[in-house]
Design a protein around this ligand. Structure first.
Ligand SMILES: [Zn+2]
Ligand SMILES: [Zn+2]
Length: 235
């Protein structure tokens, strides 16, 4: 599994960006606190897994937020990122833990980041529909524990556009709960099944669905006409 910087470099090459860009983690980044010339992108609702370093309990959350600040100067780019942490809800004084992401989630996050870079620094036309959903690959349920969430404390969680997926996840206890979550998860997977290596964003707005609908309607009408014609010929 590659590091953030490795995947970021691959994405930059995929998008045919020749400028050198650096990606650094920075835990001091603050939302909306930017030096002149810097741009901000907040990726909300990423799916991450956590483990408590005190009791080793594991949990997952679909509400992990990542803050990116980016800047380009004299052909060189710099991105600083901060991943918001969460703390264990069972321990009395738990430290904030960093989430772990799977490879696909990291790739989608950085795909979205590169699109934002293209938009802000290379004046490419990028629509919000070009951004990929960040994958939810496991059942997620349970209440949102704001007191143990760094994003909440810094006012990021509450600004989520969609509150479709609840926050933290406790492992399901009985089979019924698991089955319900599983089917919900399958729906999510289908919804998020967008290819990662989309070509450059401008082509993706072509209305394939509408074309298919019109095409199949025309075919149906043609078939009916043929039947009527044959009916009269046979008579
Ligand atoms: Zn704990
Ligand atoms: Zn939160």
């Amino acid at each position: 599994m590659g590091s953030w910087q490795d995947i970021f470099e691959v994405k930059m090459v995929d998008m045919h960006l020749a400028d050198p860009w650096m990606l650094q983690e920075d835990d001091t980044l603050q939302v909306h606190v930017l030096e002149p010339g810097w741009k901000e992108f907040v990726q909300r609702r990423a799916f991450g897994r956590f483990q408590c370093s005190q009791c080793f309990r594991e949990w997952s959350s679909a509400k992990v937020h990542i803050l990116f600040h980016m800047h380009r100067h004299r052909g060189k780019g710099m991105v600083r990122m901060r991943v918001f942490r969460q703390a264990c809800r069972r321990c009395p004084n738990p430290p904030l833990e960093e989430p772990m992401f799977n490879q696909e989630t990291m790739e989608r996050l950085l795909h979205n980041l590169v699109l934002k870079i293209l938009k802000y620094f290379y004046h490419m036309h990028v629509q919000s529909s070009d951004l990929l959903e960040v994958v939810v690959d496991a059942p997620v349920a349970g209440p949102h524990d704001s007191t143990r969430c760094e994003g909440c404390q810094l006012g990021i969680c509450s600004k989520s556009k969609l509150a479709l997926v609840p926050h933290a996840w406790e492992p399901p206890v009985d089979a019924d709960v698991e089955r319900i979550h599983y089917s919900r998860n399958r729906q999510n997977t289908r919804r998020y099944a967008t290819p990662i290596h989309t070509p450059l964003p401008c082509n993706s707005s072509f209305p394939w669905k509408r074309c298919c609908c019109i095409g199949s309607s025309l075919l149906c009408i043609l078939a009916v006409l043929l039947f009527v014609l044959l009916y009269f010929i046979m008579k």
